[in-house]
Design a protein around this ligand. Sequence first.
Ligand code: ACM
Length: 523
Amino acid sequence: MSSLSFKLGLVLVFFQLGLSAQEPEVEKPAIIPQPAEIEWKDNFFTLQERTVVCFSSGAGASAAWLQRLLSNTYTQSYEMRGENCNGFNLNINPELEETLGKEGYNLEITASTVSLEAATEAGLFYAIQTLRQMFPAEIENEKISEEIKLPQVSITDTPRFEWRGSMLDIARSFFGTDYIKKHLDRMAFYKLNRLHLHLTDDQGWRIEIKQKPKLTELGSKGAVKGGRSGYLTQEEYKEIQEYAAARNIVIVPEIDMPGHIYSALMAYPELNCEDFSNIEPRMATPPELFHEYKVGWSKLCLDKPEIYDFVATVLGEMAEITTGDYLHIGGDEIEDERYKEFVVKADSIVQGLGKTTVGWEEVTQAAVDSSFISQRWNGKTKSVVKTPVIESICSSFYYDHANVPGQEMTNNWCKEDGVSLKDAYTFKVENPNTIGVEAPVWTEMVLSNEAADDRFWPRTIAMAEVGWTKEKKKDYKNFLERLGDQGLRLDLMDVNYFRSPEVDWNSDPKKGIFSEFMPKSKF
Ligand code: ACM
């Protein structure tokens, strides 16, 4: 090297050092789901000791959410109605619906201002969730006293699908209000907007129906062996629903019929045929409870017209207490000559109640109304109708299956090696009638809150990105990096997530508060 180029090199090194001293590299926060358009800038917004949260008409609830976030920092924030203040601006503009839809948002961070705008409160809520991911992870459970610098950025974001769901089976093993609320919090953070509650099955009936009190007096007493029994009162159901709605989540209640119904058959034996011929094979006989795993053996006596009074009463009360647009009637895993007739009648009952019917894919064997939403799970049904479809195909979205091959207490009937994070993330939507995705956790072998966390997370985060992010913006390797960066945040949110081995988790293994309950995997 000549002495001149050596000197030039030194100058360059000093120049670069000088630059980096003035303008430290802006660290890009890990945002999940990946936004549609994101442009990082080279500087910061510094959170001041006092700041104004300025909100336009209709954005009051969003201002409260933002205040709640800021209350875990050193800033003293004040709410103010207005359009353009320094600090934080929350703006609802219905005209934006044309470009951002009902759930999209713009988020702009400059040196002096953080601006969030959307057509609706839902959009602002999601803008706040994105903003939350730019704060240090510690904001999740402690008050931050060190100076907070947010990277300057410009984001325009809209979801790919309108239905981004999670399903919890509270029938096989009961999960009550506290766990469901926690689950809603976590769902909301990843911009999920439907919680499907599987409320009834052979092992237990979990929702109070006032005109059929024995459903809970008797039918709620069972559970799968080792699982919890119990039920939600209508008041609790409404409380959950309100909690969900504040987080832009709609509760989708499922009353599984005409099969998977033994808990009702034992509570009201008149729903059975003579000699219980509708229970085949006879896995239990009323008034016994059923604690095993087998499916597809119980059904309402479809030859009896009176069963439709029962169906109408139960669905009627569910419609009365449900604010969302949907009632899920199940419809899976049953054979009966009158199955199709049942599905069409149940659909018309639901429509008469002013709701949209949802059912598992088998319902499309019947000529149901084109408004009926079918939920694909094993992909085996020969459909005679075109309906909107929720994609829950078991090989990508059944999270009661193992996280890694051989994980204990997991199913493997759909996929021998389990459903990996990659299976979840790389799912490709092919059916043009797809309105979204939803990942169920069935609880025959999920007997505690910690185990439920382990099955849901992080695979539900991968599914959230499938539901939100356009296919061309998805990148599995990049997702794994962002997910790893969120490890500490998940710890601080008290999520007992499965430490997927393909992820380089940025988390203290001791910080996972439930780490002592980590499932034993053979790998
Ligand atoms: C189902 O897994 N039987 C919907």
